[in-house]
Ligand binder design. Structure first.
Ligand SMILES: Nc1ncnc2c1ncn2[C@@H]1O[C@H](COP(=O)(O)OP(=O)(O)OP(=O)(O)O)[C@@H](O)[C@H]1O
Ligand SMILES: [Mg+2]
Length: 342
């Protein structure tokens, strides 16, 4: 299902203000005044004065298309996790709308309906594992959907296989006996067991060792190839360049860039101006270009750059080998010309 962000702005201040007002109403109802029982009167929040408003998101518009892989990046505090929580209505916009499958997710019922279809995997999801066995954890969501024990178990085994765990071997184990990478895959299985068509991942590879990182990202790439739409937040530009159809760059809560990896990473200077960077191979290509190596302005990964440099090197070797031969030929021709003229 496509998910549309239409001029979405979000302020945590307003949320705090609502909570504060609810507190005041509750206190008035109970007959207590602020300051009773040693409670300090609270400072007036900044909300209400435009200049002081702090927007975690500001006028964010984009569409996550069916089956699309949208990468999300931005400096720390730029709003990635806040945006992610809007994807299935956990947070609702202060201004603007999020529309999923035609429904406005500010409507609680619409948000609840969409939650099976839009799976959100938060940062460090393994911290939320809670059940005694892997199977109990993964089948929690399907059982909540009202599925029978048998169906929930079947889906859970399918999800464990989908995240490339040996389902028979791990199902009855405690999740806490597993490695960090495996625990994270169990958490992902819990979301996949809902059979979502959209998967939203907040830094899925953060904190994993290199092998578990690769396994996790290969897994996400495979889920995408099999048809899931993916929105993935990451600080790693190489991963985003390799996996994304398009990349959304956030800066201080606003859309700074939205385009294909090619379009985004050809603007390395602008990315650096907001504390981000282009992928490693792209930076090397750019440095070589400024030193006179004629490389096309395309998006390189390490293999692509190595292949382009090897091609240039071969062409140069051929050129050098061809040059003396050409000179000799010219000299021969000169001699023969000379001989003729002589
Ligand atoms: N629960 C909260 N209450 C108040 N402000 C918050 C809350 N969560 C985030 N913020 C603020 O909202 C802004 C966006 O934060 P967010 O966590 O969405 O950024 P991020 O891009 O995910 O950062 P990171 O890369 O560090 O994960 C920041 O200014 C942050 O301090
Ligand atoms: Mg975050």
């Amino acid at each position: 299902m496509p998910i549309v962000f239409d001029q979405v702005s979000y302020s945590y201040d307003e949320k705090r203000e609502k909570t504060r007002k609810r507190g005041i109403v509750a206190r008035l109802r109970s007959g207590k005044r602020s300051g009773d029982q040693g409670e300090e009167p609270r400072e007036q929040p900044a909300w209400g004065s435009t200049a002081q408003q702090e927007w975690a998101l500001r006028n964010v518009s984009f569409t996550l298309g069916d089956g699309e892989f949208l990468g999300l990046c931005g400096h720390t505090g730029s709003g990635k996790s806040t945006l992610i929580q809007h994807m299935n209505g956990l947070l609702t916009p202060t201004e603007g709308r999020v529309i999923a499958n035609g429904a406005d997710l500010s409507d609680k019922k619409a948000a609840q309906r969409c939650r099976a279809d839009i799976g959100v995997v938060f940062q460090y999801p393994e911290h939320q594992l809670f059940a005694e066995t892997v199977l109990a954890d993964v089948s929690f969501g399907p059982r909540n959907l009202g599925l029978s024990e048998e169906e929930a178990t079947e889906r859970s085994f399918e999800a464990l296989r989908a995240v490339e765990l040996d389902a028979d071997a791990v199902a009855d184990k405690s999740p806490f006996e597993l490695s960090g990478g495996q625990q994270r895959r169990v958490a992902l299985a819990g979301v996949i067991a809902m059979r979502p068509s959209v998967l939203v991942l907040d830094e899925p590879a953060a904190g994993l060792d290199p092998q578990a990182r690769d396994e996790m990202l290969n897994l996400v790439a495979r889920l995408h190839r099999e048809g899931m739409a993916i929105l993935m937040a990451s600080h790693n530009m190489d991963d985003l360049a390799r996996l994304s159809d398009r990349i959304l760059v956030l800066n201080q809560g606003s859309v700074f860039m939205l385009g294909t990896p090619d379009e985004v990473f050809s603007r390395g200077d602008e990315l650096r101006s907001i504390g981000l960077d282009a992928p490693f191979a792209q930076n090397v290509a750019e440095a070589l270009r400024t030193r006179g190596v004629a490389l096309d302005r395309e998006l390189y990964d390490i293999e692509g750059l190595a292949a382009a440099l090897a091609k240039r090197y071969r062409a140069r070797c051929h050129g050098q080998a061809a040059e003396p031969q050409a000179q000799m030929r010219a000299a021969d021709e000169g001699r023969s010309d000379g001989a003729t003229h002589a």
